[in-house]
Ligand binder design. Sequence first.
Ligand code: PLP
Ligand code: COI
Length: 364
Amino acid sequence: MADLKFEVTRNPNPKPDAEREEIIKAPVFGANLTDHQVVVVWEKDKGWHSAQVIPYGPILMDPSAAVLHYGQEIFEGIKAYRHQDGSIWTFRPEANAKRLQKSAHRMALPELPTEIFIESLRQLIAVDGAWVPEPVDEKTLYIRPFEIAAENFLGVRAAHRAEFRVIASPVGPYFTGGLKPVSIWIALDSARAGKHGTGEAKTGGNYAASLLAQNEGYENGCSQVMFLDAETSTYIEELGGMNLFFVYKDGHVATPSLDGTILRGITRDSVVQLIKDRGLKIEERKITLDEVKSGITAGEIVEVFACGTAAVITPIGEFKSREGTIGFADAKPGELTSSLRAELTGIQYGTVADRHGWMHKLAD
Ligand code: PLP
Ligand code: COI
């Protein structure tokens, strides 16, 4: 299985160089896709087989395909970074491979071996490397590996056929304002995930569950939604697509603990490590909404930031809900937020020493 060979079919009509260059100069998150995609098929009686790189294009799918009805789907998000010498790297791909396996387990999908996951990234970059932007203004190639139940059958059970695919899109900053602190809407009337549910899996349904509150957030000038625990609406969990950190006046930092309902963010894990490396105290614990509201108001909490592959490290300026607004008077990103962000992106772009061995070369 680990020696699965990839068959490569080049796109006969790739985007012309000039058009591609135009796109990667000012990329919009997720709006343009590269020229190729990876496909690997799994069947219950055959395991993983038929690994291919093929031209980017639509999936021909039977209307009875299980994923369309029962949402058996998982995905990952990982980026490719171009370094100054032109080489192309990615960040902690084993961690994404492991998380995809955990998500697969939860959603009763087959677990893709780590070597196939990493080889699929290498294969895509081998044909689409020209799509990785120059290392300026937070530009990268966002890679979206995903797995779907691809059996044509309406019975409700784990599918006997699945497909793993990888697509990629050149991106700039996730939030259009760049490093400007964002406004967050607090979901008081809807939850994203409950105890023993699928919150820890990176599965489409969690995101679908977040969109009603996100629409409410947009209507109120917010760019993301913060979810609370489903049981008591007391504890802070995470944003629709990012983890959260709170910086206190005395210099310590806190982030919600991983209790099974939130995503085990790879950026979160890396930020925890970078904070430890600085000798600062980091607490992974339950954090109540009340603590955050009173902490910001009293000046005990001095910075809040969100983090994730897409968002990198994004400062938060205020929290809004139907009960009111609490925020920071200063419209600038906080000091620790900015310096962690500079350190993390420096490691990713190869300008800061990679002392934890997080970077993985995909192409020279
Ligand atoms: N939480 C959710 C719900 C997410 O979708 C993401 C993004 O992937 C994260 C947190 C951050 O995870 P990571 O840092 O691994 O991208
Ligand atoms: C990512 O950061 O990879 C995500 O999946 C989050 C989403 C907001 C794009």
